[in-house]
Design a protein around this ligand. Sequence first.
Ligand code: 26Q
Length: 824
Amino acid sequence: MGATHPLALAPVTSPPSTVDGFVKEFLQNLNFERGVTLTSSSPNDRYMALAHTVRDYLQARWLEDQRRQREMQAKGVCYLSAEYLLGRQLDNNLLATRLTDIATEAMAACGIDIDDLRQQEVEPGLGNGGLGRLAACFIDSLATMSVPSIGYGIRYEYGIFRQTFVDGQQVEQPDAWLALGSPWEFPHPEAAQEISFGGHTEKYDDDGVERSRWVPGWNVQAVPYNYMVPGYHNGRVNTLRLWRAVATSAFDLRIFNSGDYEEAVRAQTFAENISKVLYPEDSTPQGKELRLQQQYFFVAASIADFLQHQLAEDYDYEKLPDRVIFQLNDTHPVIAVPEFMRVLVDERGLEWDTAWAITQKCFAYTCHTLLPEALEVWSVDLLGRLLPRHLEIIYRINDDFLEEVRERFGDDEMRIRDMSIISEHPDRSVRMAYLATVAGAKVNGVAELHSQLLRDKVLHDFDEFYPGKFTNVTNGVTPRRFVRLANPRLADLITDALGAGWTVDLERLRGLEAFAEDPEFRARFAEVKAANKRTLSEVLLSRDGFTVSDGHMLDVMVKRLHEYKRQMLKLLHIVTTYESIVSGKVAAADVVPRTFIFGAKAAPGYVMAKRIIHLINAVGSVVNSDPRVEGRLQVLFPPNYNVTLAERVIPAADLSEQISLAGKEASGTGNMKFALNGALTIGTDDGANVEIRELVGDDDFFLFGMSEPEVEALWAQGYKPADFYQKDPQLRAAIDLIASGAFSGGDRSVFEPIVSNLLYDDRFMVLADYASYIAAQARVDAAYADQDAWTRSAILNVARTGFFSSDRSIRDYIDRIWHTPPVL
Ligand code: 26Q
């Protein structure tokens, strides 16, 4: 650099640390960014100007941290995830920067209620559910703990669909989250990467060594959009870099110049389709070409970005394992493995074995499922067409791997077939989980039980082959968003009791155990819960026109709609209670009043899930309007459950429904959020429920249902759901009521497929666990009758679940997998 102006060395902005300063910047942003005055501004203008004001404040620290991370050359994490379910940004960024009070006062000084501006923000829903939300919690913890890291993903133009109900049935609307602009993103077209696809490979002679090169058929540009990820009260700002697909100008120009305007526009559309929309399936992936394009697009861009911008020109690649770990969030980014090999071998000229040794130290893989149908495979046909060189590399990896397997286990053909990365049935395809397992330095599950089942079942041969490779990191959730922001009343109560440090040291919640014995504290805790219910009630009234009944237990089941999660079991409990009232077996007055809240999106092509949504709505409309119920049961199903709604529902809940069939839910993270907000759990011995129960204790957790080994045993002996129906009059009455058409205006055909499915093809053993579930719900009713004892239990749930902070998860990743100490 030549003569340096003194300002070039100084922080870029002086932050507005006073209300006046904030007002001034806000008004300037209104004028110069939005081109309006305060009086002529729309709510969106004001939201945008406010967001810009907060953003500017973070900017200086951000630039500083980017420089530090480059210069320090400390080992860092590249988190590769196809999804980030971020939720709203404004409040989180205000909290992280301690600007909440100043901003609130500044807005008030301008005659604006900051709450009205909060409502303006459309949340970036760039994820389906648990996996995407986990990624969002992790980048929050990484920033808060000062771990050098960057999150890489896709900037979908349309996130998870907006769910509406028409006659009780799900109808999907596009999620145009960018329609009014996004103040939190910084596009960097100058830093675009060119990403290639298709074509063929050629062999060539490189000084007597035969090498392969890829001659691609077409390419697109990946343009990075940076998002700030502020740490909580530590002045750090990390980066989330999401890629957008844009047509390459060369490609464009060629066609334009040839005079084929329409073709050029088509090419543009084709390229931009890659980052157009998030696939709304959260299991049973279909082998769609566009999906593979998305996956390769973002990991190829991310690897190129990392190698170019984080490493010196003459970097010695053999030192890479001391510099970076690429964490694969499920199999979606696993094509990064052959891409990394291609870059090292084809582009940088490393020997295969050297490159492979580096690769095996630079990647680690997190598995998030146990369902066989959720394990991703790509047909060799498709892969070979889209990424021919990568397919070659995968074959070579597999050949070398199977060679090693033979050396160890002999020519055991069955085992070779079982362990091969290439499966031959039904069609030849690549098993991405196997590729990830072979390539990864470590493979982890997301809860103790899940990790154990991975080792014992799904990846058993690999565990035997690679001793020490498998480990567990139990999931966690960020206490900033899910306690501090979502539940400010509880946060204040905790801070009153324990002081302020708990937000970054959640195990301190243990200190609340003593307060559980203090009647005055219990009364305050109960008042927090009651106030949160009133707030939720207001939200649901203005959002959906629902009126939540006073004095009801709030019984909540919010999560994606999937048969294994068993929303049907919850529904059978509701129908059973309803049936017992209308048949006169129980007086309405003797029923503990409950409001059931559901929130759930179904994958658009998942027919059974959509039927179940329809049935929930149908039961709701009958139950809610039947005078015989005397208002003691209420079923509410607000559409479009998302992070924003979760932040309202969870703090208000009394009872958390975590009722998946044992051995099916990898972890769950909603379960943790509820416990931390003082809901009691009714749950199976599944996923992280197991650990929640261990920590909370049997007295304050409603366990029911078969254990995983019991599930296995019942399957093995031949499960006949109809037998359970025959033997249990209560169950029979509930199912008969559904079958009778009572919830479909007398039309028996509407829900017949659900009934048949339960009776003859109950894959997730709803009927087998029904009796146990109903019994557990009776224990819930009994416990709820003693409100003070319930509150005590709720406090103990909060006190004992500090373990589930995502800060602890990140610490475990650092200790067991990454070995990337915080850089303070
Ligand atoms: C794959 C290919 C094609 C289309 C879609 C997909 C796809 C997308 C998302 C497959 C799976 C997902 C998401 C899975 C998921 O959210 N799993 C959940 O992860 C949580 C975080 O670890 C766990 O708590 C949950 O138990 C697990 O279900």
